[in-house]
Design a binder for this molecule. Sequence first.
Ligand code: ADP
Ligand code: MG
Length: 291
Amino acid sequence: MACVTTNRYPEASASGLIAYKIKMMGFSPGKQTMPTLLTAANLTKRYDDATVVDGVSLTLHRGETLGLVGESGSGKSTVARLILRLIEPTSGTVLLHNPDGTTLDILALPHRELCRLRRRIAIVFQDPYAALNPRLSVEQILREPFAIHHERPAEGIPARLLSLLDEVGLPSTALNRYPHEFSGGQRQRVNIARALALRPELLVLDEPVSALDVSVAAQVINLLRDLQQRHGLTSLFISHSMPLVRYLCQRIVVMNRGRIVETGTWDEVCTTPREPYTQQLVAATPELPTA
Ligand code: ADP
Ligand code: MG
C-alpha cells in the first residue's frame, strides 16, 4: 500500500530514489518469526542532566533486520553503543540469547570478557573514511579480527579473506590495496567484510550509507539485502530514512528524543502511526513507483 503522499524534504527524496533503485533490483522484505537473539530492556543513558536514551526496550530475532529510525540526535547511535557495550548504560539490561536457551547478560560482563561479545556483535559505522586505518592494506585490515581474537577459520585465513571479499562484492586484487585507493562505497564494503570476518551473530549498521551518494548507497543496501538472504544475517539497521528501512527491514522501531515511540512492521507503523512524530516521518516518505 502507498503510505505517503508528500515529499517535503530533500533528504527523503534522495532516500526515495535509493529505495526506488533497490526496488528495481527486485527486493521485497519478507516476514519471519525466528528465535530471539537479543533483548534490551529499559535501557537508559544520562549525560549530566540530559537523558539521551530513556527506557528503550527492543527485541531482535535471529535472521531479521530491525530498523531503528529517528531524526538526528534522537539517540539511535547511543542505543547501538549501549548494545555493544562501547559505552556504559545508566540503567537497563541487554541479554544475548544463546542457541542452547541460556543468555549472556551483556551489561554484567566483566571488562576482560568483553572480547567474547565483540566476536558475536559487530558494528559498521557511518563514515567509511574514518573507520579504516590508512596505513594498512585491505589484507592487513581483514586479518586484524583473526589476530585480535586468536581465531583461525577452518578453511585457513587466506581462503577466508577471499570469501569475505567475494561476499561483499570486491575483487581479490583488493587485498593488496590501501583504503585511499577505494571509493566510499568500496570502503564501506571493506568495513562490512571486516565486521563479518568472525561470522558475528548480529551486525549493527549505524547509518552505513548516509555518507554515500545515492547510486552507491543503493548498491550497498543491495549488498546488505543479499547478505540477509544468503547468510541469514541478523542486523540492527540504523537510519533516518524511512524508505531505506522499508526496503531492508522486517520490523521498525521509531525513536524520538531518546524514547521509542513506535514498533511494528512497516505497514503497522505506516498505516496507523500513533505518534505525531511518526506521522511526520511517514508523511515525509516519498511514494514509490510500484511497477
Ligand atoms: P542519533 O544517533 O540518533 O543522531 P545520538 O545517539 O548520537 O543520536 O545522540 C543522542 C543525543 O545524545 C544527542 O543530543 C547527543 O548530543 C547526545 N550525546 C551523545 N553522546 C554524548 C556524550 N558523550 N555526552 C553528552 N551528550 C551526548
Ligand atoms: Mg547516529
